[in-house]
Every structure is written in C-alpha cells, then in structure tokens.
Design a protein around this ligand. Sequence first.
Ligand SMILES: [Zn+2]
Length: 202
Amino acid sequence: MNAGALPPTNPSTCVDDVYQRCRDLGMRLSRQRRMVLDLLWVEKSHLSARDIFEKLNNLGRNIGHTSVYQNLEALQTAGVIECLDRASGRLYGYRSDPHSHLTCSQSGAIQDLDVELPRELLDQIERRTGFAIETYTLNLTGRRRSCIPAPTQDWRIRSSIGTFDACPAQTREFAAAAVCRTAAARWPHPPAQGSGGAVHRR
Ligand SMILES: [Zn+2]
C-alpha cells in the first residue's frame, strides 16, 4: 500500500456488534454495562471515568461512579474498548482495534487517526531491529486550529521536512504523509526522544 494510504476502519461498526462481542466473551450485559457502552459509542471520543459518570447522570441515567469505573475496567481488560494512560489519568474510547492518535497540545483534545506506514519503511525497521512488526500505533502532537483563534478545525503539523496544512476531508491523509516522511527522513538515525511532529506557531 502506498504511503499515507488508510487501513480499514474499526471492524465493529455499531454498538450491537460490541454487545455481541461481549456475549461471545461470556461477559454479562447488565443495564449499567450497556449504558457505558452506549455512551462511548455516542460520544466517539476519549473520556475519563468521571466524564462518563457525569454525562450519564446528566442524561438521567442512574448509575454510580463505582459501577462506571468497574464496567470500564472490565471492558478494557477484555479488549472491548480502548484505554489510554495519560498524565491526567485514564481515558476510555469506543474503539478496540489498533489505531493512532492526534493530540492537541493546546487543549489536550485527542482525535482517532487511521494511518498506515509504507511497507518499505516497515521492512527497513524490521531489518534494522530484527523484529517482525505485527502492529503499531502512532501518537502525533499538533495544535488544532479550533483551539486557537482561527476559522477552521484543521490541523497544522510540522515535520522535520516541512509544514503540512490539512483541510477536514484530507486531515488524515496529510497527517499520514507528514509522519511517514518524517520517519523516512530520520531513518536509520534513531529519533531523539519525544521528537515527533512539532507544533508550528504562526
Ligand atoms: Zn482512540
């Protein structure tokens, strides 16, 4: 596949698929557990246990904080939902398939991203390390324009070889191109720790 091409999106396309997956795993689908799953699928973002507790209670759902937390932990342990460990605490998301993330350095907002590295780059990494790569995720940091005074919600990402603007429909493609080119440009020199895409300040 060419650089920047997108892999298939989440194979689970609706919350009913997730219900079935829980049943297949022998998990009990209590009312509270369905509430948590439903909310994650409606929100389609990355939320803390407290966020989820507050949103459910604001919707009039009667559920305790402990129940929210226990269900989230059971679901993420079973691999039904994702869990991100951040400095501010754990965040939970509806997707369970491997995917990458864009994090806004201004607001901390996190957006899912599907990106596939070029096969030739993966081959180089495998030859250099002796690893057979099975899966990978990328964490990109940038600044979303909606988080600063600006008219659009585009992302602006600066790599080591240039700056990339992306319109909403092309955001994922441009981000993929940016990270692929950055990685290719740096390889085989090991990247400095924490030197991913940098924020471009105008
Ligand atoms: Zn995610």
